[in-house]
Design a protein around this ligand. Structure first.
Ligand SMILES: Cc1cc2nc3c(=O)[nH]c(=O)nc-3n(C[C@H](O)[C@H](O)[C@H](O)COP(=O)(O)OP(=O)(O)OC[C@H]3O[C@@H](n4cnc5c(N)ncnc54)[C@H](O)[C@@H]3O)c2cc1C
Length: 427
């Protein structure tokens, strides 16, 4: 088993934790031994949560559990260990005419991480979260016993683990139901909005409720908002491309702090706005689902100081008021988010108590970590809390603990912990 003493961080490179001990077991016997020998462990997949979710002094990495145990091509069921990445599965399943029913906007995450965050995609209103398509998973508990959880078997533990941020135990393996596809191409329709308000964005989503996939980019770098909403459906013309995990560009080292500022972000946004007129086109999976994966280590563009992703969900009835007020607050603080994504969400599964999305809208905003960032986040939290807002723990590092709307104490045994779990415990 590999063991390393190192500095760890999430994708946003803030916070960082030095001198962490990272164990990388290669089989379940080693996992159980580590669980029994340690009083406190932090579970970690591929480290793509933005903030402090997978940070802790003693880390149990699942990346050594990387076997694809079985792929049932007839029925589209994958059985794999928890350290397998979506990227490991993607070429194999698409070649056989299958795809993930729910995928986040990144392929470099582990199956364990996908379950612990109960990730969602651009089709949340129709397909829900990752948990909706999980047949079952095996979970190693704090005393070292292994249980199988599904919606029928150990159902309470199943639902507490989905979105439970690794606090119930270590997911060892899972069986996932895939969706049939005829093609690895998407019919994409873009609606570009110039001089828009948040009401315009929401109305555009509402007018296209029957479309399977939808997500919007919002440009905050100008006095008036503008942006583009991308809608899509799976193409039905048979055509399966070879999907590869190659990257076009790599950011080799951290850029100077401050490279991404209102000027550079404004210039990029101008380019992106021009590149996305109102139009329809056929695009590949890489372009529609994973555009950011084309550039490896793009997080380094923010510099070693890192960045903050503020990702909040707001109930349908307060969506426009909250989004308008958040946009005004961001302007008042003079901060400019770089990447922004607005999505519509549907009603959650009634038992998915720890999953992030609920019926309404979510907005994800990537801010360079400037000196004023903590004050802005505190004001955004204060604004959104009474309107029913909630932040996504997979992105969070600094929000007011109540914004998570989750109680770590309800998870009982605290053997599986993290800087995040400790931060959320309100004395
Ligand atoms: C560019 C980018 C785009 C993203 N887009 C989306 C999106 O569209 N939708 C979305 O929902 N999310 C999105 N995310 C967030 C990402 O999908 C989640 O944070 C995911 O959990 C990361 O998986 P990971 O393997 O890197 O896990 P880590 O970051 O290592 O860990 C995440 C959490 O899972 C727990 N965990 C990891 N492995 C296990 C295990 N084996 N057993 C139990 N708990 C475990 C950890 O303790 C931690 O709480 C995005 C992230 C990035 C960087």
């Amino acid at each position: 088993m590999q063991t390393e003493r190192t500095t760890i961080a999430g994708w946003a490179n803030y916070p960082t934790l030095s001198n962490a001990t990272v164990f990388k077991p290669e089989n379940r016997a080693e996992v159980i031994q580590l669980i029994q020998q340690n009083d406190a462990l932090t579970l970690r997949g591929n480290g793509k949560a933005y903030g402090d979710a997978a940070l802790g002094q003693t880390v149990l990495s699942s990346l050594g559990l990387n076997k694809i145990r079985h792929f049932d091509q007839e029925n589209g069921i994958v059985d794999c260990e928890a350290g397998v990445l979506l990227a490991d599965l993607l070429p194999m399943i698409t070649a056989a005419g299958w795809f993930f029913a729910v995928t986040p906007g990144i392929r470099w995450i582990s199956i364990g991480g996908a379950i612990a965050s109960d990730v969602h995609g651009k089709n949340h209103p129709t397909e829900g979260c990752f948990s909706h398509h999980l047949i079952d998973f095996e979970l190693a508990l704090a005393d070292g016993t292994i249980v199988t959880c599904s919606q029928e078997q150990n159902a309470a533990l199943f639902w507490q683990t989905c979105g439970g941020m690794g606090w119930t135990g270590m997911i060892l393996s899972a069986r996932i139901q895939l969706r049939r596809i005829a093609s690895t191409r998407m019919q994409q329709r873009t609606v570009r909005l110039a001089k828009a308000t948040m009401q315009d964005f929401v109305q555009t989503f509402e007018e296209n409720r029957s479309t399977s996939y939808a997500a919007a980019w919002v440009d905050f770098s100008r006095p008036t908002l503008r942006g583009a909403v991308h809608f899509a459906e799976h193409d039905t013309q048979p055509h399966l491309d070879n999907i590869s995990n190659d990257v076009s560009w790599k950011v080799p080292f951290f850029a100077p702090n401050g490279l991404l500022n209102s000027l550079s972000i404004g210039a990029y946004n101008e380019y992106y706005f021009r590149k996305n007129p109102t139009a329809s086109q056929v695009v590949g999976f890489d372009q529609y689902f994973y555009p950011l994966d084309a550039i490896a280590n793009w997080n380094r563009l923010y510099g070693a100081r890192g960045f903050i992703q503020y990702h909040f969900c707001i109930p349908q009835q307060n969506a426009v008021v909250a989004l308008d007020a958040a946009a005004a607050l961001i302007k008042k603080h003079g901060e400019t988010p770089f990447l922004t994504v607005l999505k519509r969400h549907g009603a959650p599964h009634p038992r998915a108590v720890n999953s992030f999305p609920f019926e309404g809208y979510s907005l994800a905003l990537d801010f360079p970590r400037t000196r004023g960032m903590a004050a802005l986040i505190a004001e955004l939290d204060a604004l959104l809390w009474p309107l029913g807002g909630k932040v996504y723990l997979s992105k969070d590092a600094i929000s007011d603990p109540r914004m998570a709307r989750i109680n770590p104490a309800s998870f009982g045994d605290a053997k599986f912990t993290s800087l995040q779990r400790q931060r959320l415990v309100v004395p």
